[in-house]
Design a protein around this ligand. Structure first.
Ligand SMILES: NC(=O)c1ccc[n+]([C@@H]2O[C@H](COP(=O)([O-])OP(=O)(O)OC[C@H]3O[C@@H](n4cnc5c(N)ncnc54)[C@H](O)[C@@H]3O)[C@@H](O)[C@H]2O)c1
Ligand SMILES: O=C(O)C[C@H](O)C(=O)O
Ligand SMILES: [Mn+2]
Length: 547
């Protein structure tokens, strides 16, 4: 590899910069003599120095700032560091640290970190903006948000771009997606957070969210332009609002290679965690009674995935549907409940199933009435899984599966610690945000992180390796089974999911199974002889290339 860049131009190019690792020969050849300290370092030594610096920073916000400065300066070293310290850096660069970054984005803004900002007020700029962002690179992955429903913290407009940049970093660190082939994007259609509109420092559009036909035209113009410019594109949608997420996925899923992480990634990782839990209890999926608390974008993504799996395991449509109960703001959803989403309606219950007059407008009454064996929370209602509710559930099932998935941690429906203490260590628990181990009566409980980050990097790797034309239900099921197959529930206190620290390994295993499934369904855009080789062939490594 050679470059025409020299001196500071080379040091300022994060894709080419090696800092103190430029060799003596390279320094001579590229005008770097005298503008770097004399010692030539290895990337391992640079990594050690950077990691020590990172550890010395006092809190997540400052740590993130330090890491993102490194990202802007030297991408190879940044990803070397991130991929070697995934478990420590994920909470800083990804959730929950990303939530703070979103809230303070405009106040702390220093550099755009290679993101592309599209505005509903200037739709004519879309093509030019994407070209400028790509600056000649062959973009194969876009993570896009419109900032309306960031984790559980709501509408943050353009500030939401940090979720796009955060997720895209994980693709490279956990799956080896080439950082030169990715582009984080934010679609600014306004914001309904008045405090942002009123804040002179807010960097997005200072008006309310536009939700008429212009919104759809905006998303459409973005996707069509991106698809035209980048022929091998895979588009990951993140944190769109409840009115749009599923609707947009349905609109585009047969036309383009698109993926909605909140719906599909969360569905797959939660199914995996349930399958892991059932390994411990020895029960069958088809015997379970599933209560979804917070039946929005991700809640319904989970329901869809588990429903499909029950059918694969032999239940009819009707039998499978009868296993699900949805509780949202209105309480248990009945056929005559007002304000249901199109995704909720098929799972609404009949009033005649319950004694006359039963209101069932709160979670506790519903748990008493239906005796769920699986309780999943994606509601943003902090603390909603109370001791009474959890103990009522545990009174009717030996190993209750309870997943409080709302992020960040302060919005979780319960803590892992409380769930295990309230159920005498019986609950099979996974949480959306990373949890500490729980020690109860001498057993150490490892808590799985049911976060879509266990799925999206491997799914992206699989799509890239076989140029998949779409993400099919079969590919999502393959991803879920790949994760579930990796857990060993023999040991008391074992986690229902593989640990984040092993992501680099299991992502490849997951990708391999997904590629096999894609090939079986004829969805591969290029011939694949050996899935493992196809995956290894496209993985980028955080190593310096000789210049
Ligand atoms: N662990 C993961 O991988 C993961 C993935 C996606 C979303 N999430 C989390 O799930 C939560 C929801 O995200 P979403 O994208 O589905 O949002 P959403 O707005 O689409 O859905 C939330 C649903 O909860 C309902 N709700 C709100 N308050 C409630 C209450 N008090 N009682 C009952 N229902 C209530 C809403 O009406 C809505 O239907 C967020 O905290 C998010 O961080 C976690
Ligand atoms: O971002 C995460 O941590 C998971 C998920 O996509 C969410 O919206 O909470
Ligand atoms: Mn999300």
């Amino acid at each position: 590899m050679t470059t025409s860049k020299r001196g500071y131009d080379l040091l300022n190019d994060p894709f080419l910069n090696k800092g103190t690792a430029f060799t003596r020969e390279e320094r001579k050849k590229y005008g770097l003599i005298g503008i770097l300290p004399p010692q030539v370092e290895t990337i391992e030594l640079q990594d050690q120095q950077a990691f020590e610096n990172f550890c010395e920073r006092p809190n997540k916000a400052v740590q993130r700032h330090y890491l993102m400065k490194l990202f802007s300066r030297n991408r190879t070293l940044f990803f070397h560091l991130f991929s070697h310290h995934l478990e420590k850096l994920m909470p800083v660069l990804y959730a929950p640290g990303v939530a703070e970054s979103v809230k303070q984005y405009s106040e702390l803004f220093t550099t755009p970190q290679n993101a592309v900002y599209l505005s509903i007020d200037n739709m004519d700029d879309i093509e030019e903006s994407l070209k400028n962002g790509a600056s000649g690179r062959d973009i194969q992955l876009i993570v896009v948000t419109d900032g309306e429903s960031i984790l559980g913290i709501g509408d943050w407009g353009t500030n939401g771009v940090s979720i796009s940049t955060g997720k895209i970093l994980v693709y490279t660190a956990a799956a080896g997606i080439d950082p030169a082939k990715v582009l984080p994007v934010v679609l600014d259609a306004g914001t309904n957070r008045q405090s942002l509109i009123d804040d002179p420092l807010y960097l997005g559009l200072h008006h309310e969210r536009i939700s008429d036909g212009r919104y759809d035209a905006f998303v459409d113009a973005f996707l069509q332009t991106a698809e035209k410019l980048f022929p091998h594109l895979y588009v990951h949608f993140e944190d769109f609002g409840r009115e749009n997420a599923a609707r947009l996925l349905e609109r585009y899923e047969d036309r383009y290679a698109v993926y909605n992480d909140d719906i599909e990634g969360t569905g797959a990782v939660t199914l995996a965690a349930i399958l892991g839990g059932l390994k411990a209890s020895g029960e069958k999926l088809t015997d379970q009674t599933f209560l979804c608390f917070g039946a929005g974008t991700s809640g319904m993504g989970i329901v869809r995935q588990v429903f499909e799996e029950m059918k694969l395991q032999g239940l009819s449509d009707e039998e499978a549907r009868s296993r699900f109960y949805l509780v949202d703001q209105q309480g248990l959803l009945f056929e005559d409940t007002e304000g249901m989403t199109p995704q909720q309606k098929p799972y609404a219950r009949k009033r005649s199933e319950f004694p006359a007059g039963a209101s069932l407008d709160n979670l506790e009454d519903v748990v008493k009435a239906i005796h769920p064996t699986i309780l999943v929370g994606a509601s943003t209602a902090a603390g909603a899984f109370t001791r009474e509710i959890v103990q009522e559930m545990a009174a009717h099932t030996p190993r209750p599966i309870i997943f409080p998935l709302s992020n960040p941690a302060d919005l979780a429906e319960a803590s892992a610690d409380d769930l295990l203490h309230w159920t005498d260590g019986k609950a099979l628990v996974a949480t959306g945000t990373a949890s500490r181990k729980v020690v109860y009566h001498g057993t150490i409980f490892e808590i799985g992180q049911a976060n879509n980050s266990l799925v999206f990097p491997g799914m992206g790797l699989a799509v890239a390796a076989c140029r998949a034309r779409k993400v099919s239900p079969g590919m999502l099921a393959a991803a879920a089974h790949a994760l579930a197959d990796l857990v060993d529930m023999e040991k008391p206190g074992a986690s229902v999911l593989p640990p984040v620290r092993e992501m680099g390994n299991f992502t490849k295993i997951l990708a391999e199974k997904v590629v096999r499934q894609a090939v079986q369904e004829g969805l591969n855009g290029i011939p694949v002889e050996d899935p493992k080789e196809a995956i290894e062939a496209i993985q980028w490594k955080a190593e310096y290339k000789e210049l």
